[in-house]
Design a protein around this ligand. Structure first.
Ligand code: DQA
Length: 146
């Protein structure tokens, strides 16, 4: 049995209320439940964490190393485009991770085209709404079962 950390960046606590034409109607709770369901059915466990603070996300990634987390599924949200600190913490802990976005940042404003994570992620799932998370979870499960 493996443990997956499902990690969410700033403003994702507002999903379901926030710019629904871009991010859809699914709440963070429903996304957490779908991912947990998929992982539990395959015998893996999931821990969830959301924060609006960069340092708290860095701390959570560092903690994952002590907890022997096997895989991280991460939507860094706006930190995708700004955070060398979060990139460095993922490199430091060496835990494989999947980058997830509800929207497709590459089809949005220019400032969203840069990701500090895509080149070091196992894979990126974006533009599929809440389905981006379930696709990433399925890929993570396959990776863990290999
Ligand atoms: C996002 C895309 C980011 O550009 C944005 O800042 C977010 C959410 C997404 O899931 O589509 O907060 O990561």
């Amino acid at each position: 049995m493996a443990t997956i950390l499902l990690l969410h960046g700033p403003n994702l606590n507002l999903l379901g209320k926030r710019e629904t034409s871009i991010y859809g109607n699914s709440t963070l709770d429903s996304i957490n439940r779908s991912v947990s369901h998929l992982c539990f059915s395959d015998g893996h466990s999931v821990v969830n964490f959301q924060s609006n603070h960069e340092g708290a996300l860095v701390d959570r990634i560092q903690q994952a190393m002590d907890e022997s987390i096997d895989v991280i599924i991460f939507n860094p949200a706006a930190y995708t485009h700004t955070s060398i600190a979060l990139r460095d913490s993922l490199l430091a802990v060496k835990i494989p991770f999947y980058e997830v976005h509800l929207s497709n940042p590459k089809e949005r404003e220019e400032f969203r085209h840069t990701s500090y994570f895509s080149d070091i992620a196992v894979a990126v799932y974006s533009g599929l709404g809440a389905e981006s998370y379930t696709q990433a979870a399925k890929a993570a499960i396959e990776f863990l079962d290999e």
